[in-house]
Design a protein around this ligand. Sequence first.
Ligand SMILES: [Zn+2]
Ligand SMILES: [Zn+2]
Length: 463
Amino acid sequence: MTVHGPRSERLAASADHYLYNEWLNLQKDPSYKPKWPTSYTCFHCGRQFEKPLRCSACKSAIYCSKQCAKEDWKPYAAAGGGGMYEGHKDNCAAMKEQMNRLDDFNRISEQLPWVVKNGNYYDAALTLASLKLRGTGSSYGWWAIPPGSAFAAQTYGQAYLQRTNHWNELEGWKLPEKEIPWLTFDESKGRNPPKSLPDFEDSWTSYYQWRGLPLSSPAALLLHWPLAVYRMLRELGITVGSADKRRSLKIFLLGLEKELEHIPIFGELALLFPYCDLQVVLFGASVFNASKNARKGTLAAKGVLYEYEAPKTLGGGTIKITMHTKSPYYDPAQYKERPDALIALNAGVTTYPEWFPVIIHSIKEDVPFAVTDYVDASLDECDRGIPGIISQELMRSGSRGSMPLMTAMMQGKRKKVMNEFMCPAAKAPAANYLPSGSNAWVYIVNAGAASQDQNLNGVLEVD
Ligand SMILES: [Zn+2]
Ligand SMILES: [Zn+2]
């Protein structure tokens, strides 16, 4: 492919030169094996190392040595007497089963001609590097990796939100004009709105067609963020308004991290929810930190972080995004206002204890709650973990008023769907080869059936 437009004016940051060169090598010789990822994590001892051995049965678990593979097979005692770990013997078959998802992941990537294949999966980092969209600093716009903080989730958005204004779409997307999913339409400049209200199938190709984007546009690598929200709200049964009846919707978006680096991209939701007024409140440690450190007049200091109104011809949907700045986490006990839905992207809801009160609250108060996750296996973990979280709460609080909790504890598996609008390229393997993608799976923590019968302002109505 040819690198054109603003991209060619940029040099990849030095760390990403490496990946760019590996992609060039791959261009010259399709049989070339990129040396990426540069290191793996042992599934047993957690050590970082270079040459992976994989379990011969599931072809998924990655080990640094035969010794580790052997020790990992049967249950073993945690170091320091912290109980027993499950042996790989007990999850090998399940991991093997989940490796079958690779074909589905690849089918999503293959819709877009620029996604780079690395061995048997399509790699997000290699793809971004090949497009010269992977690096740090403002020349990368909304694509930039925050400097030195890729693993420090609480620092996301800090620099960007200390600006006084959002970047415009040229500054943010850093793409040739025709590859930008414009929200500020101007037909005299060829920045055309979609020709109809949302009318697309669940695939990136169909979405691009509706949106008037050429398949050469890498926009899907960021559009998966608003599209995941759209996909979760749809899965919760939340519907759009109509020409004679607008809806207002209040959504709490929890645990914000990377998303804070490119908030205007969520304007897309106003196109996807015609005749709706969306109020989105952002929660998370990085939201809290950004507002705590906000200088006067900056984005982080503004009550309303972002606002957008879609053209009348597309239903005139509006979105207003504000930040919750009083606490680092969403604490339902402190924040009485009831949202129409709780949403969390790439959440890991049973991994971090901060989520436990949110899970309990969503069930007790019957607030719809959906999350996305990278890997199918994490959601099996949720199915196993949520009953335990509920049972702890029942023990803590006694049994009064616990019917919804009891019912939810007995629920067993919760609804899970693959998100056709996931990031169309995967995360590189670390401790296993399970297919893993940003916003790859939608999982319904609580469907909130009762709330679906309510008007979205909390007043009962007959539909
Ligand atoms: Zn090891
Ligand atoms: Zn195995």
